[in-house]
Design a binder for this molecule. Structure first.
Ligand code: ZN
Ligand code: ZN
Length: 343
């Protein structure tokens, strides 16, 4: 009789396959947190045959899913669970015990295959089914338990997770932008900032937004630069559709928190409302505001171009409300704990 996997393991394969192929249909954060917890429990069973089967299975599964945690999950506690479990397995693995022939360790395995392999390795029945499905002989099956192979997977996953953790939750250094955005006389080069935002292929929006937020928070700068700096910050937020992690969002939120939302005015309309319909018209509006001779073309009609209208506190409040909605959206989309986002 053909061996088959128990239903719960078949379900685990299908849930994790959806996640690693980036089309999750279960909540990824809680599913992956659960996986890491199960792995941590198996750590204590390492002296048993069951525990060693699980060690292979979970190491492969944590490796297969670590890219998703690194790129899509903004939760410190999931990172911590993954790193704890992988470090635990790694400590049990002796790379020197590998007796495989050269080249026997499978390299660059497809994530969905790894999910199937990892889940199958958790149980005796799964292993038999997997070997049969893929026509693996005894030696080929044994590789999945090789401590050298598993140690490599654990090291690779740990390296990736630690690097992503720094990028998501650590301090991002954007000080190199000072030289590009601040002229020798101390003036801000708003045109250069806009040009950087425009070069979307360089992924500049996040760094420009963060740099602008920090600059804003220092309170330095000339009065006439304030609206330009704020618009660069705003565009950096509004035009980062995939969202930015807490390492960015914390300072962005702090800058937005300096804006008074409880304000009113008599103006029927403000300039940005005529410019913010497309990325291109926003760009032209800001360029015209700061370098009208070089950039005569603007979507903002002359009657709305008065400096007083640009600098009206109500416009700041409107922009801030929209940006706060974006930040809230990132948080909902990415998940994670509140304190990571709030700093
Ligand atoms: Zn080996
Ligand atoms: Zn106004």
């Amino acid at each position: 009789m053909t061996p088959t996997l128990p239903a719960d393991l078949r379900e685990l394969i299908s849930d994790l396959s959806g996640i690693v192929s980036d089309y999750p249909y279960v909540d990824p954060e809680s599913t992956l947190a659960g996986l890491a917890d199960d792995a941590a429990e198996a750590l204590g069973r390492d002296a048993t045959p069951e525990g060693r089967r699980e060690r292979a299975g979970y190491t492969i599964l944590l490796h297969a899913t670590c890219w998703y945690v690194s790129a899509r999950v903004f939760s410190k506690s999931v990172f911590a669970s993954y790193i704890r479990a992988l470090e635990g397995f790694r400590a049990q693995l002796d790379r020197a015990s590998c007796a495989c022939p050269a080249g026997a360790h499978p390299m660059q395995l497809d994530s969905e295959y790894q999910v199937e392999a990892g889940v199958s390795m958790l149980s005796e029945a799964g292993r038999a089914a997997f070997a049969e499905d893929y026509g693996l002989d005894e030696e080929e099956s044994a590789v999945f338990d090789c401590e050298g192979f598993l140690a490599d997977l654990a090291d690779e996953a740990l390296g990736r997770l630690r690097e992503a953790h720094r990028e998501l939750f650590g301090g991002i250094d954007v000080s190199h932008l000072d030289a590009r955005f601040v002229a020798d006389d101390g003036r801000l080069d708003i045109v250069a900032m806009q040009a950087a935002i425009r070069r979307t292929w360089e992924n500049n929006t996040g760094p420009v937004a963060l740099w602008s937020a920090r600059r804003w928070l220092t309170g330095q700068g000339r009065e006439e630069e304030r609206i330009g700096l704020f618009l660069c910050l705003w565009m950096g937020i509004a035009q980062t559709y995939e969202g930015l992690p807490p390492s960015y969002a914390r300072d962005l939120a702090a800058a937005l928190a300096t804006i008074d939302l409880d304000v009113s005015c008599e103006h029927p309309q403000h300039p940005w409302s005529t410019a913010d319909s497309t990325v291109e018209s926003r760009y032209r509006a800001v360029l015209h505001l700061y370098a009208p001779q070089d950039h005569p073309d603007t979507p903002v009609p002359a009657e709305l171009s008065a400096r007083e209208l640009w600098e009206c506190p109500v416009q700041y409040a409107q922009l801030t409300r929209a940006a706060l909605e974006n930040l809230e959206g990132w948080r909902t989309m990415r998940g994670g704990e509140d304190e990571d986002w709030e700093g």
